[in-house]
Design a protein around this ligand. Structure first.
Ligand SMILES: Nc1ncnc2c1ncn2[C@@H]1O[C@H](COP(=O)(O)OP(=O)(O)OP(=O)(O)O)[C@@H](O)[C@H]1O
Length: 494
């Protein structure tokens, strides 16, 4: 591993790109060698044309990463532009993320001793960041990286915010770009304000993710996750169902997942919890997880092939349909800009009339029983893996009135992933609710926002989402003069 005191050049020809070891919404990560030192590094190549943020913000994030100096936080050695890509040079974490590890080898989650070590190291990273005034804002298993010696590092400052910033950056904390399953309730409610305690909620969700192999609500589309996070009791480890986990682990998770942010513990307090006092050193509990596994790039390749095979199994639309669905998707996403208060008001109307508000994990089977798709017949491991890829691809951007990069976006931009159901909406009843003029605004198409999350397979998203009776579909259709309608679809007889 490279030392922080050594300098790395900004010359791309000094880096030899080897295998691809990861990919995110806007980046591809390569295993590489820094030729002058003959040292393994990771090169994260961010496609600037597909990024959510403007170049200045990306550069600021890269600068923050380069100032980081903590053994549990991934720092960047340097960053520079190559064609339309920003290359961020980082230490290579040879076992990749916890998410990839679980997808490849532990689909039902990890053992408690490994979870304890991973979470404790992650807490140390958060302690450092919070003490230096940073809210990470995207704590999740996909951003916890592991090295072969068991080392654990928190990565990805793509959406981090500084608590000490003023001006535009400070106001940007009214906005949030993140992954909905991990987002705290206060983050989903613009205007309430949030602080470093949002990371504690995400940390609690990450604990559940490591325990089960997937985050709570991960099988649902983002809109539903948003409603469930706001309306339902917080998720947690079940005293009966999760018998294999200790009482102190369950208590620790329950402390993090309190809806009232003022009642959540600080990192400092959490570190004193008995669960972390007992945690083993990672070289004892984490290192053994990779003992029998092939190298990271082989695992990543296998996961890519599996994802591609699952996609191919689904109905492939013709090229023409694809083009239409892509443009509809872009139009749909740009139109999904509205006030969360309006969404909640609409949701409460539905709740009164149709008695669906308290959506529990138990209820959902009953509620959506007529909408199981063909993938139910696949093995549970396959299904969980596809759930995980779904959660990877689901993001929400929630904002207040003052959005720095996307001038006119007001409210929430949501994107859903491919639905698991192929059922026809023809069997559904359609309900229309008029929304008061002026309260709900549709903003202009913001290329960064749409393209930032756009991948070819997501082009079919709008179409399949509309076809889905798996869940309530909320579609904001833009109307002139700021008047919008919300259409809700759900299965007849639900
Ligand atoms: N330094 C590294 N060493 C090894 N693997 C890495 C490294 N950084 C990232 N990865 C792998 O690449 C994947 C994607 O990286 P990253 O999360 O930074 O991309 P991203 O575009 O920001 O993703 P997202 O926005 O979806 O969280 C990670 O989940 C991890 O598996």
């Amino acid at each position: 591993m490279g030392s922080g005191s050594r300098s790395y050049s900004a010359n791309p020809s000094d880096y030899k790109l080897l295998e691809e070891v990861g990919y995110g919404a806007s980046a591809t990560v390569y295993h590489a060698v820094y030729i002058p030192y003959n040292e393994e590094v990771a090169v994260k190549s961010l496609d600037l044309d597909r990024c959510n943020s403007n170049f200045d913000d990306i550069r600021k994030e890269a600068q923050i990463m380069s100032l980081i100096d903590h053994r549990n936080v991934v720092k960047s050695y340097c960053s520079f532009v190559v064609d339309h890509k920003l290359w961020v040079i980082m230490p290579f974490m040879a076992q990749g993320s916890c998410l990839h590890l679980m997808k490849a080898a532990y689909p039902d989650g990890l053992e408690e001793d490994a979870i304890g070590s991973i979470l404790k190291e992650t807490l140390k990273a958060l302690d450092y960041l919070h003490q230096h005034g940073h809210i990470h804002r995207d704590v999740k298993a996909g951003n916890i990286l592991l090295d072969t010696n068991g080392e654990v590092k928190l990565s990805d400052f793509g959406v981090s915010a500084s608590m000490f910033d003023t001006g535009d950056r400070q106001r940007s904390r009214n906005t949030f770009v993140g992954t909905p399953c991990w987002m705290a309730p206060e983050v989903l409610q613009p205007g309430t304000g949030y602080n470093f305690k949002a990371d504690i909620w995400s940390f609690g969700i990450t604990a559940l993710e490591l325990a089960h192999g997937h985050a709570p609500f991960s099988k649902y589309p983002p809109m539903k996750v948003l409603l469930m996070t706001i309306q339902n009791a917080p998720p947690g480890l079940d005293y009966d169902r999760d018998k294999k986990f200790s009482k102190s682990f369950k208590e620790m998770v329950a402390m993090c997942l309190v809806k009232d942010q003022t009642k959540r513990p600080s990192v400092d307090k959490l570190l004193k919890h008995s669960f972390f006092k007992q945690a083993k050193p990672p070289e004892l509990s984490v290192k053994k997880l990779f003992a029998d596994l092939p190298p990271l790039w082989t695992r990543v390749k296998a996961l890519q092939l599996k994802d591609a095979a699952q996609l191919a199994l689904k109905r492939m639309p013709s090229a023409e349909q694809e083009a239409i669905s892509q443009s509809e998707y872009k139009r749909g996403v740009s139109a999904w800009n509205f006030d969360v208060e309006d969404l909640k008001a609409q949701a409460s109307l539905v709740q009164d009339e149709d008695d669906i508000a308290e959506i529990t994990e138990e209820d959902e089977n009953k509620f959506f029983s007529s909408n199981r798709d063909a993938s139910d017949s696949q093995s549970s491991v396959d299904k969980r893996n596809s759930d995980n890829s779904q959660q990877d691809e689901s993001t929400l951007q929630v904002g207040g009135n003052d959005v720095p990069h996307n001038d006119k976006i007001n409210g929430l931009v949501a994107e859903a992933t491919e639905s698991t159901s192929e059922k026809d909406v023809g069997t559904s009843k359609i309900k229309t609710q008029a929304v008061k003029a002026g309260k709900t605004q549709s903003g202009p198409l913001v290329p960064g926002t749409v393209l930032g999350h756009y991948l070819p397979e997501r082009g079919r998203l709008f179409e399949s989402y509309a076809q889905s009776c798996l869940s309530i579909l909320i579609y904001i259709a833009p109307r002139t003069a700021g008047v919008c309608q919300i259409w809700l679809w759900w299965p007849v007889g639900a």
